[in-house]
Design a protein around this ligand. Sequence first.
Ligand code: KIV
Ligand code: ZN
Length: 384
Amino acid sequence: MSKQTVEIFDTTLRDGEQVPGCKLDAVSKLQIAERLDQLGVDIIEAGFPISSPGDFKAVVSISEIVKNARVCGLTRAVKKDIDVAAEALQKAKRPRIHTGIGTSDSHILYKFNSTREKVLERAFEAVKHAKSYVEDVEFYAEDAGRTENEFLARVCEAVIEAGATVLNIPDTTGYCLPEQYGAKIKYLKEYVKGIEKATLSCHCHNDLGLATANSIAGVINGARQIECTINGVGERAGNTSLEEVVMVLRQHSHLGLDTNINATLLNDTSQMVSESMGMPVQPNKAIVGANAFAHSSGIHQDGVIKKRETYEIIDPADVGVDQSAIILTARSGRAALAYRAKNLGFELNKKQLDKVYLEFLKVADAQKEVNDKDIPLIIEASNL
Ligand code: KIV
Ligand code: ZN
C-alpha cells in the first residue's frame, strides 16, 4: 500500500528553545539546523526574527545553509513582525512565514481586549501581508485547542481566502484529549470551505502528557503536518516529540502514513540537542532515553535473549542505537548473567553458573548495578 506523507515541521529552534536555561548560541543553532536537514525534516522553524537581533541573525544564517528543508520564521499578526521575518528569510531557498493570532475567547478577551470580528480581520490582513512576500504562508490559531470549532472554522476560511497554504491548529495549553483534538481536525476537514487548498497541521503541547497521542489523532483525522521538537523540548511540559510521532507512524503502518525522516539518525540527534541545550533526556524517554532498549528484570532478560521481539517492538538499530542492553541487577536471572559472562569470554556450564549466580547475587544486593569489570571478580570468588 502506498503511504501518504505526513510532513515534519521541526520547531526545536523556536518553540523548543523557549525552555528556560536552554538558550542556544549561534554556532549550536547552525549545527542543529544542518542536522535537522540531514534527518529529513520538511520544515525547520528557525526562530522568531523580530524577537531579538540574535534570533534575526540565526534565521538569516540558517536560511543560508539549509539545503533541502523549507525554512520558516514565526511572527505575530503584526505588519512589522512580518516585514522583519521576510527580510530574515530572504536567502532561504524555500521560505515560509508562520503568522497567527489567538482565537480562543480567553485570548480574545483577556490578551487582546478585542472581539472575534476584529481578530478575524487581523488574521486575514496578516496572511495577505505575508503573502505579498512569500508563496508559502502558514497561519496559526493560537489556543485552537480551546477555541470553539465554529469560530475556528470561520478563521480558517478567512485565512485560506487570504492565501494561507498551511493551517496550524495548536493545542497551546496541552488541554485536549486525543478524541477531542482528532474531532476538531475532522470538523475542520468537513466544514471549512476551501480546506482542500490547505494542509492542516498539528501543534500539540504536553501539559497532560498527551502531545504525541493528540498529534497522532490529528493525522488519523486528516492533518498532514506535525509540529514537534527533538526530545519533546519546549515551553512548560514541552512539545510533541519528533522521534515519538515518527516511530508511531512507522510501527503502525496500517495507518498508511509515513514521514521523510531517516530514523537511524534519531538517537544521535537526540544526544546532540540534549548536549547543546544542557538538557538531559529522561532515561525512560520513549525511543531515545538511555533505558529505551535496556532490560533489567530476569523475566524480560530471558525473553529478550531468546528472541529480541519478545519485549522490544522497535529494533534499536532502526533508531541508531547499537544494541539492546542487558543490565545486571539483583532482579536479573541466570540467563542474563550467562549472556554477559559469555560476551566477556566466560562460557559457564550449568553447575558453574549456579555457583557464580550465588556470588553474583551478593554483589548485586550490595550495589545498584553489576558491571563488566565486576564479572571476572565474581567468577574468581566462586571457586569453580
Ligand atoms: O503553542 C502555540 O500556540 C505556538 C504558536 C505560536 C504556534 O507555539
Ligand atoms: Zn507552541
